[in-house]
Design a protein around this ligand. Structure first.
Ligand code: PHE
Length: 452
């Protein structure tokens, strides 16, 4: 068993899982996706996607993981369905793929800690972002972020992770609430709230073809489902843990943090006169330093808040990144008996190489993100849903019920997985495949933008 131990055993599952879920997806990805996809229309579909699909699918991954008690690919064999190993494999590939560009953004966060100390990031936010987000500077910080991630996974610094996550989650909330309060005082903020919080049904219907896949992709990404991560983490759970309580706790706290980030970034973008949707992946990195520079008390206050803010985001990013690397490493360690340190180093180096195009040019980052979130994720989720709904069936109900006392809710959950959740996921996958194959101008076209 010793080889199977990781921080998910010792740190406690909930902390590890929240650490995985809360990350750049909430603070970086959610605000710019919301801004690019119509604001409140996106928010509504996103919330529905989390509640009706995301959390039930999270529970499905918990069921697979805990029942199999082994990491993602082996899990299907352990459950007596070796033919389904590819589901875990696509998830592991998704994790590998995603970390390659996630680390690039993590690198930017490191850079912004430095830029807050020197004041450079606050003095001219737009040109600062332009300079550090591409080319060699970006490759350099990507390397640093990957090295830290590899170090943590290779050495398994559980105590550090436990403490960091315990501090990170409340710190993220406090920072976001404080910044949201400040943003509310700025002229123009009210337009941001109207855009973010005032949904218009006609807009949702008219744009369903783009809003739907974007919102579902964001929901899966943010909950860390479809990456085999939650399967792997849940494999360390005991029978006495309540899966529904854990799943709902993770789902709701994660969503609150995303929405809080929206309440900071969207009013800031409007107050700063940025057109909705034009911020792209740089939205947060430009909006926040611009606001920091305007904080009452002068430059030093803004710089100090900036160091703390980006420091906290770095912890959030690392606790997600280690879960992505951990899935790949756990798979190799569990299945081939490789030792942890060289495996983490070798896989980490390969991920670093795969991330170089994203570090070099943001168009590549967009493309990698698009393929991951619109292709790999929904496809893994589709297979997880099929597997739990139609292969595990009654066993899934038993597993979900163990330790939870939710009784009659479990059959309703399974019924949902089998019918309407399956149907929605099929629709999302179909729209995504259509977009990917047929419309070169969406940016997620199968031929990478930079090569077109
Ligand atoms: N959920 C993380 C975030 O929102 C990203 C992530 C996805 C981490 C999948 C692990 C697995 O930042």
């Amino acid at each position: 068993m010793a080889e199977r131990e990781t921080w998910a055993t010792r740190v406690g599952f909930i902390l590890a899982a929240i650490g995985s879920a809360v990350g750049l997806g909430n603070i970086w990805r959610f605000p710019f996706q919301t801004s690019a996809n119509g604001g409140a229309a996106f928010l509504v579909v996103y919330l529905l996607a989390v509640l009706l699909i995301g959390i039930p699918v999270l529970l499905a991954e918990f069921v697979i993981g805990r029942r199999a008690n082994t990491s993602a690919i082996g899990a299907f064999r352990k459950l007596g369905r070796p033919g389904w190993w590819f589901v875990g494999a696509v998830g592991v590939i998704a994790a590998f793929w995603t970390l390659s560009y996630y680390s690039v953004i993590g690198g930017w966060v490191i850079r912004y800690i430095g830029g807050s100390i020197t004041g450079g990031a606050l003095a001219a936010p737009e040109s600062y972002f332009g300079a550090i987000s591409v080319g060699l500077p970006s490759v350099g910080t990507h390397a640093i972020f990957m090295l830290i991630t590899i170090g943590i996974v290779a050495l398994g610094i559980e105590d550090g992770i436990e403490l960091a996550t315990k501090v990170m989650v409340p710190a993220v909330v406090v920072m976001l609430v404080g910044l949201a309060a400040f943003a509310a005082t700025l002229p123009g903020a009210s337009e941001g709230y109207a855009f973010f919080l005032n949904p218009n049904l006609d807009t949702i219907i008219a744009n369903a073809g783009t809003v739907l896949p974007a919102a579902f992709g964001q929901a899966f990404f943010s909950l860390s489902v479809g990456f085999s991560v939650m399967i792997t983490y849940a494999s360390y759970l005991g029978k006495n843990d309540s899966l529904p309580v854990d799943g709902v706790t993770i789902g709701i706290s994660n969503t609150i943090i995303g929405v809080l980030a929206g309440l900071v970034v969207l009013p800031l973008l409007f107050a700063q006169g940025v057109e909705p949707g034009s911020g792209g992946p740089g939205a947060v990195f430009v909006a926040i330093p611009t606001a920091l520079a305007e904080l009452p008390g002068g430059g030093l206050v803004g710089q100090a808040v900036g160091v703390v803010f980006f420091g906290v985001i770095l912890i959030a990013a690392l606790s997600s990144a280690i879960s992505l690397l951990e899935v790949v490493v756990a798979y190799l360690v569990d299945n081939y008996g490789f030792s942890r340190l060289p495996t983490a180093a070798g896989i980490g180096a390969a991920i670093f190489l795969l991330g170089i195009p994203s570090a070099w040019e943001t168009a590549w980052l967009d493309w990698f993100d698009g393929i991951g979130v619109t292709l790999l994720l929904p496809i893994t989720v589709l297979f997880v849903v099929l597997f739990v709904g139609w292969v595990l069936g009654q066993d899934a109900i038993d597993e979900l019920t163990d330790g939870s006392g939710i009784g009659s809710l479990a059959p309703i959950w399974l019924w949902g997985i089998r019918t309407f959740i399956l149907a929605v996921v099929v629709i999302v996958v179909a729209i995504n495949l259509w977009d990917l194959l047929a419309t070169p101008d969406t940016g997620y076209y199968i031929v990478p933008g930079p090569l077109r």
